[in-house]
Write a protein that binds this ligand. Structure first.
Ligand SMILES: *[C@@H]1O[C@H](CO)[C@@H](O)[C@H](O)[C@H]1NC(C)=O
Ligand SMILES: *[C@@H]1O[C@H](CO)[C@@H](O)[C@H](O)[C@H]1NC(C)=O
Length: 449
């Protein structure tokens, strides 16, 4: 019955769009879900990978063995998770799987206790076990607040599949073949703390974290604290001392070959003209720690809230945000002149209050609603716009302003492949939107993290 076999085009990558591959078939691969052939994988099936929220993926596959590429129905898979031993009772938050709208699902669960004996994870499609279900995770399976630090950092790195080489980290440390802590002790307060007041001095000793604030503007140390504490619970940290800059801007602008040379300051945002060593932003670490609890927008949840399917998204570029950079105001002006291409609005005035009368204030809108639009404009705020990773996980096409600022993962991205670059002065934005509009295809970039 050849005519019953659905057409199963491969996902349309951006390069097809760039080659001008016109309109690709929107209908993906469909058909009945095969429980045996469907796939289940991810770190949440491994006992030893302790995360605030454990997660794994499910891919619906049809009877012919083809991946299903559009949603087979939000309730296609049912997941049950409980302690392996009936004698152990552990509270586990197990929400419904997130439908990623492309035939795949993301399952998240948060444990509120550790399972000594282990966990059993069952995945069903209409009461039939899916793939290798039931999955047995042999204990101990720890929760986020465990006292379970692995003594050997290398084992911990292997367990968590940490890459042996991270280009950004190697590059960031290259100017610092050796570090003079005495010089830092003397110079950091004077050079970086007095003017900006946003430096925190950390010391880890016997896996205990100590710190002192250098300056008045160090409230954001709550984010570096919680991140370091989470790490220390899971892996025994070496005795170490360092300085984190919890302000917006990178601080060390001396060149690698300057005399005296630069110092290894740790920051959340890097720039091409500074030497700061970059951590994942507090936005990402906090939302990761609070997933399924205090936050709605995090790297996992976003994947199930990417709005209507591509064909049903509004054919406009979209922007909402504060007035933290001149180009954002310019976006609003462009939007007023070209409403068919761009819907941009400022939701709060602080830096350019005098412009509110002229440009107006747009009501706040939930982040998930951004994905009702096909194109997302990413423009810097005071530094890099920390929404960028979340925008990249939606299935809209991201148009990114050229910028000297970066977060820890940007060096893994390629302009034209992962996003469409636009000039810093936004001069080519409207042309790029027009260009994208004539090429109709959907894009997903879900493999960045
Ligand atoms: C099917 O989906 C899985 C999971 O997303 C992927 O690894 C695999 O490459 C896909 N197979 C094909 C033939 O596209
Ligand atoms: C678009 O929306 C309409 C109306 O809600 C719906 O019937 C249709 O299935 C949607 N199309 C796609 C491709 O999701």
């Amino acid at each position: 019955m050849a005519d019953r076999v659905a057409r199963c085009p491969k996902m349309a990558p951006l390069f097809l769009l760039l080659l001008g591959a016109g309109s690709l078939p929107a209908a993906g691969c469909t058909g009945a879900v095969s429980p045996e052939r469907s796939l289940v994988w991810g770190p949440g099936l491994q006992a030893a990978v302790t995360l605030p929220v454990r997660y794994f993926y499910m891919q619906a596959v049809n009877e012919e063995g083809h991946n299903i590429t559009s949603s087979p129905g939000a309730k296609s898979f049912k997941v049950m998770i409980k302690a392996l031993s009936a004698k152990e009772y552990i509270r586990i938050h197990v929400p419904e799987p997130l439908d990623r709208n492309d035939g795949s699902f993301l399952m998240r669960y948060r444990m509120y206790g550790s399972a000594k004996e282990g966990l059993i994870i069952e995945v069903f499609h209409q009461d039939k076990h899916v793939a290798q279900s039931p999955y047995i995770l042999k204990g101990p399976v720890y929760h986020e607040y465990c006292d379970c630090a692995e003594d050997d950092p290398e084992i911990w790195q292997q367990t968590n599949s940490c890459p042996t080489n991270e280009a950004q980290i190697s590059k960031d440390f290259a100017p610092f073949p050796s570090i003079d802590l005495n010089r830092m002790l003397e110079e950091v307060p004077r050079r970086f703390a007095e003017s900006r007041g946003a430096i925190v001095h950390y010391t880890v000793l016997d896996n205990q974290i100590y710190r002192r604030s250098l300056g008045k503007y160090t409230d954001f140390k709550m984010f570096s604290d919680e991140m370091l504490q989470s790490l220390a619970r899971k892996v025994r940290l070496p005795d170490i001392e360092f300085y984190i800059n919890v302000g917006d801007w990178p601080v060390e602008h001396r060149k690698a070959n300057a005399t005296p040379g630069p110092m290894p300051m740790i920051s959340w945002c890097g720039s091409s003209d500074s030497r700061d060593i970059i951590l994942p932003t507090y936005d990402i670490t906090h939302s990761t720690l609070e997933t399924l609890r205090g936050v709605t927008n995090d790297l996992l949840s976003i994947q199930g809230h990417t709005g209507p399917s591509w064909d049903n998204k509004t054919e406009q570029a979209f922007f909402r945000g504060r007035d933290s950079r001149e180009e954002r105001l310019q976006l609003v002006r462009m939007s007023k002149k070209n409403p068919e291409l761009l819907d941009a609005g400022i939701t709060g005035y602080f830096f350019f209050r005098e412009m509110e009368k002229q440009l107006g204030k747009a009501p706040l809108i939930g982040f998930f609603d951004f994905f009702k639009y096909k194109y997302q404009v990413n423009v810097d705020g005071t530094v890099a716009a920390y929404r960028f990773p979340y925008l990249m996980l939606g299935d809209s096409l991201v148009l990114k302003q050229d910028s000297s600022y970066y977060e820890h993962f940007y060096s893994n991205l390629k302009p034209e492949k992962h996003y469409i670059p636009i000039k810093r002065n936004l001069g080519d934005l409207l042309d790029k939107i027009k260009w994208a509009k004539v090429r109709r295809t959907s894009l997903r970039f879900l493999t960045l993290f």
